[in-house]
Design a protein around this ligand. Structure first.
Ligand SMILES: [Mg+2]
Length: 340
């Protein structure tokens, strides 16, 4: 097997603003694993928040290269991923890209789409939410109007104008739109009690990551006092994070670029269920290539937020992902992704 890569840039339609950052052009890494004339593809969507950039992805890939190139064939995925993890820990998005590429390759070799290889039924996938980033009220209003085809909106909050933003969105959206909120760790536990009560008054369904990941006491305080269910995102990296979240939150938000790929994501889904937590899958700003492994797993989710490619001005890849709010995967073998 051979491992190669190239970096590319994607551009969000609108600057993507959350409580701690704003992004529009982001660098991604297109990873390819080649064996016996077949190519498996994956995308790394590094985030500085989790300590990664395109440059760290490339250096992680250099460390994974000898493992891939020394392995006989891709079929023994479990062993291969264990060997990769021994070669390099953390670096979730770099490992996710390689894991996606290996699963793509194995699926193509078997002539089966990933969902079929894993015995899943894509018809059971929930609808995806569509994210409304932070902005001035008139821009927020315009974004909500542009998002009319999405029945579920995920609203970024965590500012001193949270109620104004939420009220603008509820006012601009159709009355049956489901609203979810992501505070991206912006509140303290005391603030969160009042803010979440306000969100509940607006009919919000749940709130994602109200507090800093380190604020375990805060989560303990909120649990049972919060007017809405709480989903851990920044607090939940991989399977090892899950046990420590029991009794603090109601569910987890899995992202391939945090956890290291579709195989670890599948493990997390089962671990979370065993711990009585609900399961959401989210994404970064990423192309259809980056979204596709999550789309294949979507039938196992309670909540999906797989709008990364839908937020782009141009998608360099075409494949599984959103058609409106529906998650479509198709029958093409592997991940089923092509160049756009
Ligand atoms: Mg989040």
């Amino acid at each position: 097997m051979k491992l190669t890569w190239e970096t590319f840039t994607i551009r969000a339609k609108h600057p993507f603003k959350i409580s701690r950052s704003v992004k529009q052009n982001v660098e991604r890494v297109w990873v390819r694993v080649t064996a016996d004339g077949l190519e498996g593809w994956g995308e790394a969507a590094p985030s500085r928040y989790y300590g990664e950039t395109a440059a760290t992805v490339v250096s992680a890939l250099e460390q994974m290269q000898p493992v891939i190139e020394g392995a006989g064939d891709p079929d023994r995925l479990e062993t291969l991923e264990r060997d990769l993890e021994a070669a390099i820990r953390h670096n979730g998005s770099a490992r996710a890209a390689v894991s996606a590429a290996l699963h793509d390759l194995v699926g193509k070799n078997a002539g089966l789409p990933l969902w079929k290889l894993w015995g899943l039924d894509p018809a059971e996938a929930p609808l995806s939410s569509f994210t409304i980033g932070l902005d001035e009220p008139d821009v927020v209003r315009q974004k909500v109007v542009e998002a009319a085809e999405y029945p579920i909106l995920k609203v970024k909050l965590g500012t001193d104008r949270d109620e104004e933003i939420l009220s603008t969105i509820c006012d601009a959206a159709s009355p049956d739109t489901v609203i979810r909120v992501d505070a991206n760790a912006a509140w303290t536990a005391r603030e969160a009690i009042d803010r979440i009560a306000m969100l509940a008054d607006y009919g919000v369904e749940f709130v994602e990551q109200p507090l800093q990941p380190v604020d375990r006491e805060g989560y303990r305080f909120l649990h049972g006092r919060s007017a809405l269910p709480i989903i851990a995102d920044e607090s939940c990296i991989d399977t090892a994070s899950i046990q420590g979240l029991v009794g603090l939150v109601d569910g987890i938000n899995i992202k391939l670029s945090k956890c290291g790929g579709p195989r670890e994501a599948l493990r997390m889904i089962h671990a979370a269920r065993a711990c009585g937590l609900s399961v959401m899958m989210g994404c970064m700003l990423e192309s259809s290539l980056g979204i596709s492994p999550a789309a294949h797993l979507a039938s196992l989710l309670d909540y999906a937020d797989l709008d990364g490619a839908a937020l782009l001005a141009e998608d360099p890849f075409a494949g599984p992902g959103l058609v409106g709010a529906a998650i479509e995967v198709g029958d093409a073998p592997g991940l089923g992704v092509k160049k756009a």
